[in-house]
Write a protein that binds this ligand. Structure first.
Ligand SMILES: [Mg+2]
Length: 410
């Protein structure tokens, strides 16, 4: 079995550039300091993609356009065109079906191809051909990673960009994967990186040689998962698109809850982790749910569709509380759960959203809290409501089920 990971280099920028060329527009935004970014007028726009030259000005994806302009006053800001991206993504996928029927979408600009009839040399030469053909036919570059499983193919695809094919077969792990910094490993976020560094784990190789039982003790099943990844084992936890369908969190309570205020506090602590995961996955939700199990194990679950997408803790919290208040029959509660679904990539929502000022302010607050927690740990910032209580401010870590496909626990 051969698996290839296809990844469009700076997808939004590449696709816009290729589209402009096809339209006969006489410029190539890839050759100047440029970014794709939305909503410059209302001052909330962020950098969605950047050119290589923009990168030289230290412009980062996710940075505000105002900040980016400070770094590079002559920056060319091009608005995104999601219709073009969706079309480009679909056209690329259709093209890839020519080589194998087994194409699995991973995100708007990434997919996996599987082949059962290729040896390693044939795979590499086919990958190089696909990469060149895409450049010639569609006018943009891609990276292709080649291996025996999805994890290693994806890691290989990230090695050196742009316009490259790389292999990372199991026998190459030691030489190619292990020297990389541990945060380069799939699913190791900045938050986990800080933890691992604290334990003296700096490279993927360090992680691969750590005692998995120690990892399990401190970070649970998630520890086993990244340990397996560091050793090149993917355990097929990758799921077909969308990468995450729902994110949820639930908690069996130490005591039966009979009071609305306490129930709301527990909901908030569950939402904290759920919304944080949502933002980590760079997604937003449109549906919120609550699950209530009473002391006699009667269970109800209710959901509500919102008229907009959100990844805001306070917003999700508010809506789930309203749902709870409407549906709770006052029987003592043994277990509470929350989840969000109807997910969409946050990048898609960034501009289409018309939100009130408060919501925007809360989103900014969430980002600040996330970054403080990444740096100083989960409990560095505790919402006022938890400060003098026995309740845990954040409930649930990484769940016991498979992470990217994370099915709701509810
Ligand atoms: Mg990409």
């Amino acid at each position: 079995m051969i698996v290839m990971h296809i990844d469009v280099n700076s997808a939004f920028l590449s696709w816009t550039a290729a589209y402009e060329q096809q339209q006969g527009i006489d410029r190539d935004i890839r050759k100047v300091a440029s970014v794709i970014g939305g909503n410059e007028q209302n001052r909330h726009g962020i950098v969605l993609a950047r050119s290589i030259l923009a990168k030289k000005f230290k412009i980062q994806t996710g940075m505000s356009l105002m900040e980016a302009r400070r770094q590079c006053p002559n920056l060319l800001v091009v608005p995104p065109d999601y219709q073009v991206y969706v079309r480009a993504s679909k056209t690329l996928r259709e093209y890839l079906y020519k080589f194998t029927p087994d194409v699995e979408v991973f995100s708007i600009d990434e997919c996996f191809l599987r082949f059962t009839d290729l040896n390693k040399e044939e795979a590499l030469s086919l990958a190089c051909k696909i990469k060149e053909d895409v450049k010639n036919i569609f006018g943009y570059t891609i990276n292709i990673g080649i291996s025996k499983n999805k994890l290693l193919a994806k890691m290989a695809g990230n090695f050196e960009k742009p316009d490259k094919c790389h292999t990372c077969f199991p026998e190459e792990i030691k030489e190619k994967l292990w020297p990389l910094p541990v945060e380069d490993l799939f699913m190791v976020g900045r938050k986990t990186k800080v933890k691992l560094n604290r334990w003296g784990i700096y490279t993927i190789g360090d992680l691969a040689k750590t005692d998995p039982n120690l990892l399990f003790k401190s970070i649970g099943v998630y520890g086993h998962m990244i340990y397996a990844y560091a050793n090149g084992i993917d355990g097929s936890i990758f799921k077909a698109s969308p990468p995450i369908k729902s994110v949820g969190n639930s908690s069996t309570l130490k005591f039966d809850v009979i009071d609305t205020e306490i129930a709301h506090a527990i909901i908030l602590s569950l939402v904290e982790m759920t919304a944080w995961r949502l933002r980590e996955a760079e997604m937003m939700c449109k549906v919120v749910s609550v699950g209530i199990k009473d002391k006699d194990f009667n269970y109800i679950s209710r959901q509500k569709k919102l008229p907009y997408f959100t990844d805001c803790t306070k917003d999700i919290y508010k809506n789930i509380c309203a749902l709870f208040d409407k549906n709770w029959d006052s029987r003592p509660i043994r277990q509470l759960g929350v989840s969000v679904s109807g997910l969409e990539f946050a990048k898609f929502q960034q501009l289409s959203m018309l939100k009130d000022k408060n919501l925007l302010k809360n989103e900014k607050l969430d980002k600040v809290i996330d970054s403080i927690r990444e740096k100083y740990g989960d409990t560095a910032v505790i919402r006022g409501i938890f400060a003098n209580s026995e309740l845990s401010p954040i409930l649930g870590g990484y769940p016991d089920d498979e992470y990217p496909g994370m099915s709701s626990i509810l």
